[in-house]
Design a protein around this ligand. Structure first.
Ligand SMILES: Cc1ncc(C[n+]2csc(CCOP(=O)(O)OP(=O)(O)O)c2C)c(N)n1
Length: 361
């Protein structure tokens, strides 16, 4: 009989920080090393990205955007993740990570051009180490693994975070990426934002087992944690990133959360889910929850809250005005611009032909 190969227990510095239920332990919470300003900044960013999300929804309803994919309820993941990574670590997002892009410093009015349909790529990923938002489900997962391998080949200690929903984990390319990352020990963190729904498909019909535990089959650790606790997300991502940075390989984090809004503005969730579920999750809303914690620590009072709200309103107003002033690029630029860094002669000829055909019409 062939020998049974036992997979050695992988080194897992994340697990000791959490209870078996996936809650950050009080001890780990006390040793995060975040200053009062840094803690308040996490709260400020969560409020800012939620208010921006609401505004984008309004703008879509007013006809200023073609489509919008709300991320309400997932703010702790967006903010905690970016805060835990180095600026030079790369993020490979899906369509729902607008808030992460904001936290990376991308102007939301610029990013909204995508949803207004006037730009295919309003930011340079190299400036923000933030790849384009992608619509094809799970396509960002193999992209992230490939990029992480590139980082290793360049002897850089930058790591990659690839994030996706629970639905994405049913895709073949998700499996291929996980497998490849395990075999080649790519410096990548897989962050599943398990928001319980893939459009109208509930988690129970998506997968019969645990997503986090699948990591073991690929040869690296995984953990399921509370995705509505910004400090838990921060601790898990930072620790998994440090591990990957020192050559420890991939890590899978399954962050449990809830998509409080519709899948997109084209969706009506009242057709397939109950208010009871929404109310249950509203009680775990990451924003009031963190506010209460900060207040309990004496780090936030009425005056500070009012100042945050004022600042956020001003930022949102600027975004709205800038978006409304956005015009569509000329058709030639929209189709041919930003395709090649060094366009070939035939490509340029094609562009010229296209543009003169527009003039003659
Ligand atoms: C390859 C592919 N198949 C199907 C779709 C249609 N689609 C868009 S979003 C989505 C659900 C994805 O759910 P999940 O991965 O859980 O992410 P969430 O939307 O909840 O953030 C589907 C099936 C798509 N965009 N790409």
């Amino acid at each position: 009989m062939a020998d049974v190969v036992q997979v050695a227990p992988a080194d897992d510095p994340v697990r000791p920080l959490f209870s078996p239920a996936g809650e950050l332990t009080a001890e780990a919470r006390a040793t995060l090393g975040l200053s009062p300003d840094a803690l308040r900044d996490l709260y400020h960013k969560m409020v800012w990205i939620r208010r921006t999300d609401q505004e984008a929804l309004n703008l879509q309803r007013q006809g200023e955007l073609g489509l919008w994919g709300p991320y309400q309820g997932q703010e702790a993941i967006h903010v905690g993740t970016v805060a835990a990574l180095r600026e030079t670590d790369w993020i490979f997002p899906s369509y729902r990570e607008f808030g992460m892009g904001m936290c990376r410093g991308i102007d939301p009015a610029e990013m909204l051009k995508l949803f207004r349909g006037v730009s295919h790529g309003p930011w340079d990923p190299r400036t923000y180490h933030f790849a384009p938002l992608v619509i094809p489900v799970a396509s960002q997962v193999p992209h992230g693994v490939g990029f992480a391998m590139g980082s290793r080949f360049k002897h850089s200690d930058d790591v990659v975070l690839s994030t996706f929903g629970d639905g994405a984990t049913s895709k073949g390319d998700w499996h291929e990426a996980m497998n490849f990352a395990g075999v080649f020990q790519a410096p990548v963190i897989f962050l599943c934002q398990n928001n319980h729904w893939a459009i109208s498909v509930p988690l129970a019909k998506q997968t019969a087992g645990s997503i986090a535990e699948r990591a073991q089959g690929y040869g690296f650790p995984g953990i399921r944690i509370d995705g509505n606790d910004v400090l838990g997300i921060f601790a898990a991502i930072r620790t998994a990133a440090e591990r990957a940075r020192r050559g420890g390989g991939p890590y899978l984090i399954e962050a449990m959360t809830y998509r409080m809004g519709p899948h997109t503005t084209s969706d009506d969730p009242t057709r397939y889910r109950t208010n009871v579920e929404l109310e249950r999750w509203s009680a775990k809303d990451p924003i009031p929850r963190f506010r209460q914690w900060l207040e309990g620590q004496g780090l936030l009072d009425e005056a500070a809250l009012a100042a945050i709200n004022r600042e956020v309103e001003a930022k949102v107003e600027t975004m709205r005005n800038r978006l409304r002033a956005t015009t569509a690029p000329a058709p030639g630029e929209a189709i041919f611009g930003r395709v090649y860094q060094h366009p070939s002669d035939s490509f340029l000829e094609e562009r010229e032909e296209f543009e003169s055909s527009l003039e003659s019409n």
